[in-house]
Write a protein that binds this ligand. Structure first.
Ligand SMILES: [Zn+2]
Length: 259
């Protein structure tokens, strides 16, 4: 296997491992439990899992999606989160190759995955996730100092400022909280990573995907008007689309629409 193939393989394995860790974080952080100890256990019979029952993706398949001890079904979300993280890590390697940026964007993706699922489950974005994002984002700005820090700061101000205003408007129109402070702070993190151009694309795609998905869910009667909707997952989705396809969208816009 050549170096490039090794890079893809390593990204996939790292993605599976980080996806497995993401499951632990998603499950434990909202309950204020340590993400280091103890080992993982079955949520229904509480028996500790041996290492061979805790291998990302593989154990789920080998166990047929059931706990070895109590035969209770394991949520398919666990392997799906692992698979999703692995695919996204491979996509980052495909886009950025063997560079420092690849590690940087993989960190962002990990933070987006845990944020999206915790927000989906609990309607909160833990401050520790934001802090981790600001820290890693800041490290990147130091590493890429001369090239992008102004663009990053403008991006951070753009996204968080826009979300803050959207929240005020939502409050004025519906008399209740529509955009949490967690969303606004997450906007700071995302803007730092994307820079100002992709931040604009990200905002557009986040709101567009939210509108399309919510409309579909309402048609399918899965969502009713007046229901509280977490916005974090849409911010994560918009960020991923902007990261991977943003330059393409900008090119199409500039070529065919901007005249
Ligand atoms: Zn069990």
């Amino acid at each position: 296997m050549n170096d490039y193939g090794m890079g893809y393989l390593f990204s996939a394995i790292l993605g599976l491992a980080m996806g497995s860790f993401a499951n632990v974080v998603i499950f434990r952080v909202p309950n204020h439990e340590s993400v280091i100890t103890p080992r993982s256990k079955c949520p229904s019979c509480k028996k500790y899992l041996a290492w061979y029952d805790n291998i990302p993706l593989l154990s789920f398949i080998l166990l047929g999606g059931k706990c070895r001890f109590c035969k209770q079904s394991i949520s398919p979300r666990y392997p799906l989160v692992e698979l999703l993280t692995a695919l996204l890590f491979v996509a980052v390697y495909w886009k950025f190759g063997p560079t420092l940026e690849t590690i940087w964007y993989m960190s962002l993706i990990f933070i987006l995955v845990i944020t999206a699922f915790v927000d989906l489950d609990h309607m909160i974005i833990p401050q520790s996730f934001i802090n981790a994002g600001l820290f890693v984002g800041g490290l990147g700005l130091l590493a890429f100092w001369d090239s992008r820090w102004i663009s990053s700061l403008i991006g951070a101000a753009l996204i968080s400022g826009f979300l803050f205003l959207a929240g005020l408007m939502g409050k004025g129109m519906f008399h209740k909280e529509s955009m949490g402070s967690g969303d606004v702070l997450l906007g700071l993190v995302i803007g730092m990573f994307l820079g100002w151009k992709l931040s604009i694309v990200m905002l557009f795609l986040s709101f567009l995907s939210a509108a399309v998905i919510l409309l579909l869910l309402m048609t399918a009667k899965k969502v009713k008007t007046g229901m509280q909707i977490p916005f974090g997952p849409f911010l994560a989705l918009g960020t991923l689309l902007a990261l991977f396809f943003g330059d393409f969208f900008i090119h199409v816009y500039m070529t065919y629409i901007w005249v």
